[in-house]
Write a protein that binds this ligand. Structure first.
Ligand SMILES: Cc1cc2nc3c(=O)[nH]c(=O)nc-3n(C[C@H](O)[C@H](O)[C@H](O)COP(=O)(O)OP(=O)(O)OC[C@H]3O[C@@H](n4cnc5c(N)ncnc54)[C@H](O)[C@@H]3O)c2cc1C
Length: 239
């Protein structure tokens, strides 16, 4: 697959550490599947190159524009550059769509639990947006772990979907929130809470887990211990 050019159409901050970048692609891909990602390659003036992968968070329906939801890693080579230097109108090299495993192709009556840690919500936003857009009746349950209220990505949009679509449901936990304004869950998802979410959904539901490596490993080990079949677990580690 050749490198493509993405023109930066818009950039907006959605939390203190996360920005959404909207790109218009020079060559439209034939198809995008929710959950796929692109590689972004940066080239310095001295020829040094750095390349990282970023999930598509927009709906896969629009092939001309794609959105990435990127958190700024402290001293991170690529994410810091994207956050600090990228401007509307800039062009960057992208390659994709890539990844044929951590995907969701709309099928009716699917039963899925999504476990997202921070920007691990990115590929799930693409899947959830696709479900809403196509009025797909699959049962989606999102278990979303964020640090504080300000860090909950796409909060209003996700809340809207819980009202719009009775087959979409979510539970959010905040691991570092001190404010009494938050009435929901706090701390890491407990085994109890995860067990409850598994009880409300079919035994053959697929479990998608995405986020930092320690989050992915912890949730995987909990659900394996709770008896979920290995074949029903799909993971993506953001490092
Ligand atoms: C399939 C896939 C999809 C992804 N999708 C997304 C997405 O949608 N959104 C998103 O935000 N991320 C996503 N990621 C993660 C992304 O690819 C990058 O890994 C992330 O942005 C960090 O890259 P970076 O170049 O900024 O940081 P890096 O330079 O790779 O560094 C990462 C961290 O390690 C630290 N570090 C580096 N070198 C050292 C060292 N020598 N000693 C100590 N610490 C060090 C840095 O300070 C930094 O905090 C995805 C990853 C994969 C594999």
């Amino acid at each position: 697959m050749n490198w493509n050019i993405g023109n930066i159409e818009s950039i907006f901050s959605i939390s203190p550490r996360v920005k959404v970048f909207k790109l218009k692609l020079k060559n439209n891909p034939k198809k995008i599947i929710a959950g796929q990602y692109f590689d972004i390659r940066l080239t310095a003036e001295n020829g040094f190159q750095a390349q990282r992968s970023y999930s598509i968070s927009s709906s896969p329906k629009n092939l001309k524009f794609i959105e990435f939801t990127i958190s700024k890693s402290p001293n991170g080579e690529v994410s810091e550059y994207l956050h600090n230097n990228l401007q509307i109108g800039d062009k960057i090299e992208v390659k994709g769509p890539l990844g044929n495993y951590f995907n969701w192709i709309p099928t009716n009556n699917d039963q899925i639990i999504f476990f997202a840690g921070g920007t691990g919500i990115s590929p799930f936003m693409s899947m959830i947006r696709h479900k809403i857009e196509t009025q797909n009746n699959s049962k989606f349950k999102l278990m979303f772990s964020s640090r504080t209220i300000k860090d909950i990505l796409f909060f209003d949009e996700l809340n809207k979907y819980t009202i719009l679509d009775p087959s979409f449901d979510m539970k959010i936990t905040l691991t570092r929130e001190k404010s009494s304004l938050w009435k929901g869950l706090t701390g890491r998802f407990s085994i109890n809470e995860i067990e409850k979410s598994l009880h409300n959904i079919d035994k053959n539901s697929v479990n998608y887990i995405c986020g930092p490596t320690n989050f992915v490993e912890k949730i995987s080990s909990i659900i394996l211990d709770l008896g979920v079949n290995y074949d029903l677990i799909k993971t993506e580690r953001f490092g």
